[in-house]
Write a protein of this length. Structure first.
Length: 149
């Protein structure tokens, strides 16, 4: 009797990844569903769909949440240092502006993209568009291991 490989394995629907997983994938510019495709085309433009699993990412609109989270985070990181420097050394206002404004700008620009990616992942996980999540889960085949192998 000759051995023949299994040509078509049965498929099982993949579950939506966990909350931490989709946040981490989004922050790393990876598709929240498969973790392989990219989210962004350029600095902040979300691709219409994942190039690997074809999850329609363009339908997940983050809008104003990422800038809000970025300002909140960067502000909470830097404002205590601004107050501490002011209390301890009382530098001139021009020096505050020359140091803190560029620092706030650079940190905000560096944090905005990962925060927007994490927000897109969060929206995907929460099922902001239930049809989108259901379609992505249905279309991602996963092979089922054979018990006799």
């Amino acid at each position: 009797m000759r051995w023949e490989p299994v040509r078509a394995l049965p498929v099982v629907n993949a579950a939506v990844p966990s909350f931490g997983t989709v946040l981490a994938r989004g922050a790393r510019n990876r598709c929240p569903h498969c973790g392989e495709g990219r989210i962004f085309d350029g600095y902040l433009k979300v691709l219409s769909e994942c190039s690997v699993c074809h999850t329609p990412l363009g339908e997940l609109r983050a809008d104003d949440a990422p800038p809000y989270f970025t300002i909140f985070l960067v502000g909470h990181l830097l404002v205590p240092f601004v107050f501490w420097i002011e209390k301890a050394y009382q530098p001139a206002m021009w020096l505050h502006m020359a140091v803190w404004l560029p620092l706030f700008t650079l940190l905000s620009m560096a944090a905005l993209r990962p925060i927007k990616g994490a927000t897109v992942g969060w929206m995907y996980r929460l099922g902001v568009n239930e049809e989108l999540v259901a379609a992505a889960v249905r279309e991602t085949p996963r092979p089922v291991p054979r018990p006799d192998a």
